[in-house]
Ligand binder design. Structure first.
Ligand code: HEC
Length: 145
């Protein structure tokens, strides 16, 4: 019974992920979107903490920053091949400017790694939201539709 419930929850979680990238057929595109989703989920969690909707917890905040750094680092490899899909929002210029694209992914990695060592108070989390948002925008404004 208990296992059944765990299975059901796992299925529900998968379904949510699948829905976020509905209709994506290329597994390589799906994988890089999934990585972005992980980054976004962790940023959202920090946002709820910054707003006081969940209690500040240094370990939780630092782990989220670490996860953002890890997924940002992985995105370089996930985006290396010029894979496409009708549902993809990636611009082709990624692959003519891949050095710059990678540098932007590494900027987010560096920022998030710094945060993983310095998020020690609610004020730290509040102050982190702006540079985090700027880092996403720096890449999305050039490389995402
Ligand atoms: C180095 C560039 C880069 C950085 C930095 C970056 N992104 Fe992205 N992101 C992309 C690209 C390119 C896509 C489009 C991928 C596709 O559709 O194939 C994307 C897609 C997404 C998506 C949509 C995923 C989906 O399910 O379709 C979300 C959400 C997202 N990014 C969140 C973020 C957040 C939040 C940050 C900052 C904390 C961030 N990204 C930083 C390049 C980046």
């Amino acid at each position: 019974m208990k296992n059944g419930l765990v299975m059901l929850l796992a299925l529900a979680l998968c379904a949510t992920t699948a829905l976020a990238h509905q209709g994506v057929k290329n597994p390589a595109v799906m994988a890089r979107m999934h990585g972005m989703k992980q980054i976004s989920d962790n940023v959202k969690m920090l946002g709820t903490m910054a707003k006081g909707q969940i209690a500040f917890d240094a370990a939780t905040a630092q782990n989220a920053a670490r996860a953002i750094a890890r997924h940002s680092a992985e995105s370089v490899a996930l985006f290396t091949a010029p894979e496409t899909d009708p549902k993809s929002e990636a611009r082709e210029v990624i692959w003519t400017e891949f050095d710059d694209f990678s540098a932007k992914a590494r900027d987010l990695e560096t920022l998030a790694n710094d945060l993983a060592n310095t998020l020690n108070s609610l004020d730290d989390v509040k102050a982190a939201m702006k540079p985090l948002g700027a880092s996403c925008k720096a890449c999305h404004s050039v490389y995402r539709d």
